[in-house]
Write a protein that binds this ligand. Structure first.
Ligand code: SF4
Length: 297
């Protein structure tokens, strides 16, 4: 393959997000991660749902599909299973993934298909004028709401954990370098990786702005936190790790952690298919050259 430059991953189309939107930082981090991993754009696909964040594939010079509201994970998983050689990244907002798409979010965790899902969390439905999203806290009132939010918030990290995601991390949209490293780690993880990104929306969310986040964020590694969960841990050690994960996942307010929270090694859905479906390896070889799909065989 010809040596690629960072610019080769950028589409000609320029983003039309609002000035100062956190989406710009996520897009830059994703482009840099793919470039540094030397991912072949002809073997990489980025899928999105609906929302401001869903425009991401339009700004990348590689394959991509802008799918339906809440449906990004079924499409991304299908693509990966049909072609295990593809690097697959799914993206979407908190409304897309944890509102209408919540059932797919949970079901994906049960499978552990080898892909990365990046959730852009701005706590509002930005594309439709800032209604409360599923991660906005109870009683919180952004400038786009006439009354305080009467519903409680979903904790994306805890839901991912309960659903079985084998890689769980949180990044911050304005920390592009840190986010890039988390994206690289998520892409390289064998299994389903979930990356929760705190993404300020300066247009509709005047509560959780970059000025609000700046003094609160800290990196988990500063506290010596160990996210690795090797196979075969004694139950009492695993229990302690789970309790520590829960404590950190619930931390929100004066201090907010970012970094890698959980990384477990478990068989992927592809490997499990190979184990009980003899036809799978032949039709979709796990190694070697990609072969055309044999729908008749
Ligand atoms: Fe970004 Fe919010 Fe504007 Fe959407 S509405 S582009 S999330 S700043």
């Amino acid at each position: 393959m010809v040596e690629l430059k960072l610019a080769d991953y950028k589409a000609e189309k320029q983003p039309d997000w609002c000035p100062g939107c956190g989406d710009y930082g996520i897009l830059s981090a994703l482009q840099m991660a793919l470039f540094e991993l030397k991912k072949d754009p002809t073997k990489t696909a980025v899928f999105s749902g609906i929302g401001c964040s869903a425009k991401t594939p339009h700004y990348l010079n590689l394959y991509g599909v802008h799918t339906l509201h809440g449906r990004v994970l079924p499409v991304a998983q299908g693509a990966k299973l049909a072609n295990p050689h593809l690097t697959v990244v799914a993206v979407g907002g908190d409304g897309d993934g944890l509102g209408i798409g919540a059932g797919h979010f949970v079901a994906a965790g049960r499978r552990n298909v080898d892909l990365l899902y990046i959730l852009y969390d701005n706590e509002v439905y930005g594309l439709t004028k800032g209604q409360a999203g599923p991660t906005l806290g109870l009683g919180e009132k952004t400038k786009s709401l006439p009354k305080p939010n009467p519903q409680g918030r979903i904790n994306p990290l805890l839901l991912a954990f309960a659903s079985g995601y084998t890689f769980i991390a949180r990044g911050y949209a304005y920390d592009v370098k840190g986010l890039k490293e988390l994206i690289k780690a998520g892409i390289e993880h064998k299994g389903l990786a979930f990356l929760h990104v705190l993404q300020p929306c300066p247009t509709y969310n005047d509560l959780h702005t970059k000025e609000w986040f700046a003094p609160r964020l800290y990196r988990l590694e500063e506290e010596g936190y160990d996210p690795h969960v090797p196979e075969g841990l004694p139950p009492e050690v695993l229990e302690k790790k789970m309790a520590r994960f829960q404590e950190k996942a619930l931390e929100w307010g004066e201090r907010i952690p970012v970094g890698l929270f959980w990384k477990a090694e478990l068989p992927t859905f592809e490997e499990r298919l190979q184990a009980f479906l003899p036809r799978y390896p032949g039709v979709y070889p796990a190694q070697g050259p990609t072969e055309p799909l044999d729908l008749e065989g």
